[in-house]
Design a protein around this ligand. Structure first.
Ligand code: SIN
Length: 488
């Protein structure tokens, strides 16, 4: 497929552990294009020895890196940001090739990733501590912020550049060193970003990356989970895996940031601007084909506007163009793999079996390719359906009619998850009531596009803990040390 890149050396195809290297046992695994299922690259299939070597390198580099003045670390991150921006086209093509998202979204993700690097370049110089008024004469008290140590970053496939950037940039800014395992479906973008970090002047050992297949991923990660020298795990992915990481790292009491699954409600009240709500839903739901953890999973529309909203939504969804990233007009790409399409199909079948009606879509698109599913609108969805309880992670909108505010807030919160929630209303009192009542880490009010480098990103309940981005993101990679000086 012609999504070629200009700089071939952005595809090193090897691990980076102080230098570019193969897996110690020489194994490799294939990377396939989700648009066609054809293999177009391979990367090291690392195991325990590689994970340990990466950890040794990160541990050895920590003392020197934490001592580098914050301004100098910031300058390196600034150069990394500039290189990412300068290679936006190549990186965007790489993302689209291995992940499948339309090229405009691939390019957009590069800008989004760079925004975190730039943000944390600036935040690096603001890791201020406190001077605390002493309760007695002759004493001085201070709180200093220090880097936690070696960080293990475990990143997902849906945003292969942005999720790496939003973990590694604050870690390096704080003075931590990093071992990273990217998702097996999308290792190439991560390797390209590490190549640019090397060019930006990140010293050897400070940022290490090892790739591993689905079969060997646990072998790599377990080495880091069990080793007391890893002081922090930052993970984006599913709730079951997040719980496993929390349990397994409990023996060494690591600090954790877990950005886990969601089941976002999207509520449209009778008093909403309906056209704005339809546009907000289109933006939030169909970004990355619905493969986004903040993607609306359940759409609740109040009875008075239900039919109008559903008709307008159906018209917009029916017009979406599905196709590979190599087609300039594509708006919805392939799903990441066949398992993802199987799950989406199961959710749609289950909803129909339980009484939902398909307004648009509802089926696979084999004429386009094995991993494609038609953008779908279902009406008559209810809480018994799998699509209301599990994250579908695909282009399916199940719409549920509701009558009262109290009923919809209760329904929205009736889930173990609490990442994002959205609602549309023009009533200022309701806006504050509902925003405060929703159990979610992020709430979009008359807005479908939430995330920004300056905003805290993260969930409540079983969507995890910790925040990425914002002025709080750096603290996740630091601890406070209290100094008390007496006899003054
Ligand atoms: C995610 O899906 O994990 C991240 C989405 C975002 O940053 O908006």
């Amino acid at each position: 497929m012609p999504l070629s890149i200009r700089r071939d050396d952005l595809l090193p195809g090897r691990n980076f552990i102080g230098r570019w290297c193969e897996a110690q046992l020489g194994r490799r695994f294939d990377v396939a294009d989700p648009a066609t299922d054809t293999v177009f690259a391979s990367v090291p299939d690392s195991g325990e020895d590689d994970a340990r070597a990466a950890l040794e390198a990160a541990h050895a580099a920590f003392t020197a890196w934490r001592a580098v003045p914050a301004r100098q670390r910031a300058q390196i991150l600034k150069r990394w940001n500039d290189l990412i921006v300068a290679h936006q086209e190549d990186l965007g093509r790489l993302i689209s090739r291995e992940q499948g998202k339309p090229l405009a979204e691939g390019r957009g993700e590069v800008a989004y990733a760079a925004s975190y690097v730039e943000w944390f370049a600036e935040e690096a110089t603001r890791a201020n501590g406190d001077v605390i008024p002493a309760p007695v004469v002759g004493r001085r008290m201070f709180a200093l912020k220090e880097p936690v140590g070696v960080v293990a970053a475990i990143t997902p496939w849906n945003f292969p550049a942005a999720m790496i950037a939003r973990k590694i940039a604050p870690a390096l800014a704080a003075g931590c060193t990093v071992v990273c395992k990217p998702a097996e479906d999308t290792p190439l973008t991560s390797l390209a970003l590490v190549k640019l970090a090397e060019e930006a002047g990140v010293p050897p050992g400070v940022l290490n990356i090892v790739t591993a297949s689905r079969e060997r991923a646990a072998e790599v990660v377990d080495v880091w989970l069990d080793d007391p020298r890893v002081r922090k795990i930052s993970f984006t992915g599913s709730t079951p895996v997040g719980k496993h990481l929390a349990r397994r790292s409990a023996d060494t009491l690591k600090k954790l940031s877990l950005e886990l699954g969601g089941n976002a409600p999207f509520i449209v009240f009778d008093d909403a601007d309906i056209d704005a709500a339809v546009e907000g839903l289109m933006a939030a739901k169909f970004r990355n084909g619905g493969q986004t953890c903040v993607s609306p999973n359940r759409v609740y529309v109040q009875a008075g506007v239900h039919d109008t909203f559903a008709d307008k939504l159906a018209e917009r969804v029916a017009a979406l163009k599905v196709g590979p990233a190599s087609d300039a007009g594509s708006q919805i790409g392939p799903m990441i793999n066949a398992r993802a399409v199987d799950k989406i199909e199961r959710h749609v079948r289950d909803a129909v079996d339980r009484g939902a009606r398909i307004l648009v879509g509802g089926q696979r698109l084999p004429a386009v390719g094995r991993n494609y599913f038609a953008p779908t609108v279902l009406i008559g969805a209810d809480t018994t359906m799998a699509c209301a309880c599990e994250e579908t992670f695909g282009p399916v909108v199940p719409v549920t009619r509701f009558e009262t505010e109290a009923e919809v807030v209760a329904a929205a919160n009736a889930t173990p998850y609490g990442l994002a929630a959205y609602f549309y209303s023009r009533d200022v009192k309701r806006i504050w009531r509902v925003a405060e009542a929703l159990e979610a880490g992020l709430v979009g009010i008359n807005e479908g596009a939430l995330a920004a480098e300056a905003a805290p990103f993260g969930g409540v309940k079983e969507s995890g803990y910790g925040r990425e981005g914002s002025i709080h993101g750096l603290d996740e990679y630091m601890h406070l040390k209290y100094l008390c000086q007496g006899q003054l």
